[in-house]
Design a protein around this ligand. Structure first.
Ligand SMILES: [Zn+2]
Ligand SMILES: [Zn+2]
Length: 363
């Protein structure tokens, strides 16, 4: 990969004063922060199309789907982003590393076909973040200082969506419970009876066909699939054509999970879902020895960008992420637990127990 000097990547100068326009979630259009000029963005959906995955596997990618892109790679954590503001410093969303005059490299990536523009703006996300920080007895009192408000970044994250037709043959044993009365003699020599559960196993088999639509896989390794799923769902019916104007003034991450690796993750998710559905078909009261044989066909993929607010902060050398779905405002976050507060609580509970024992025995 070729190293090149940075230049502002995406410039949309204001027609009024020539300064950089920013995409405003509130207005859903470009806005100039200096003179207030607003510029509308055409919303279209005609470019959001499914791409054939088999062609992609065969290396026969439609050249119109890929694009040459300047990408910054974080010196500390390796996350890769397209940066779309003129400022000469770049603060990484995932590790808060601040790079001055960062160096970008040129790479060819699959062009996103669709995206969901930010709906939650900075003010709203800060309010959500502050409310979340203030909640919870177990969190350390100094957490506010560590989770700095300026570390909250709005970033477009790369996702893959996969479709597939699946046809499965399944076989196994469905179990039906029934009860038998068993007699026994107890220790006093009396004859007793009890109900015992038995299971009758019945061989069953069948087919299960299912079409999966838009299985969503995170394309950047900085977050785990579980973290992505914690802020799902995104309302994908609101996808619009990819348009660089929506990125103006925002960060956008570049995928580092290739389209075929993403598909493996998607197929594992489909496989689990198919197994659950076949188990439901096989089960009477219970089931066992379930075998499922699935063929996958007509697989397609799309590359899309979805909006996310993220705050990465370290507390006692552990990294925590706080996430807000940039479309719906749904949040996910884990807070560190204050050891002092835990110890204090245990002591208080112990004192109460001792007091109760003391008073009850004293009577
Ligand atoms: Zn202006
Ligand atoms: Zn970083």
């Amino acid at each position: 990969m070729e190293q090149v000097q940075t230049a502002p990547l995406l410039l949309f100068p204001c027609p009024g004063c020539n300064s950089q326009l920013h995409f405003s979630p509130k207005l859903q259009q470009l806005e100039c922060e200096h003179c207030g000029t607003k510029v509308a963005i055409d919303k279209a959906t005609d470019l959001i199309r499914e791409n054939n995955l088999k062609q992609q596997f065969a290396g026969a990618t439609d050249p119109t789907v890929t694009v040459e892109q300047l990408v910054y790679k974080c010196n500390r954590c390796g996350s890769q982003s397209v940066f779309t503001t003129e400022t000469p410093t770049f603060t990484c969303s995932f590790c808060n590393y601040e790079a001055v005059n960062p160096v970008a490299y040129k790479t060819r990536i699959i062009q996103p076909s669709g995206m969901i523009p930010f709906m939650v703006d900075r003010q709203q996300s800060l309010a959500i973040f502050k409310t979340w920080l203030g909640k919870g007895w177990w969190a350390p009192g100094d957490l506010q200082q560590f989770a700095r408000h300026d570390a909250l970044h709005g970033i477009y994250l790369p996702f893959w969506t996969y479709d597939a037709q699946t046809n499965s043959n399944w076989s196994g044993y469905g179990g039906r419970h029934y009860y038998e009365t068993e007699y026994y003699t107890d220790s006093q020599g009396n004859r007793q009876s009890k109900q015992v559960q038995k299971t009758e196993w019945i061989y069953r088999s069948g087919t299960y066909d299912h079409f999966f639509d838009d299985v969503l896989i995170g394309g950047a390794t900085e977050l785990s699939q579980n973290e992505y799923e914690s802020i799902f769902p995104y309302q994908l019916q609101e996808l619009v054509n990819f348009d660089a104007k929506y990125l103006s003034g925002w960060q956008a991450d570049v995928y580092d999970i290739a389209v075929n690796d993403g598909y493996e993750k998607a197929e594992a998710i489909m496989k689990d879902a198919i197994y659950e559905s076949c188990a439901d078909l096989c089960r009477i009261d219970t089931y066992r020895n379930l075998e499922v044989d699935t063929s996958y066909s007509n697989q397609t993929y799309k590359h899309i960008l979805l909006p996310l607010w993220i705050c990465t902060y370290a507390y006692k050398s552990k990294t925590y992420h706080f996430l807000i779905n940039g479309q719906t405002g749904k949040i996910h976050g884990k807070k560190p637990v204050s050891t002092a507060k835990v110890v204090l609580t245990i002591l208080v509970v112990l004192l109460i127990i001792i007091a109760i024992v003391f008073f009850t025995q004293g009577q």
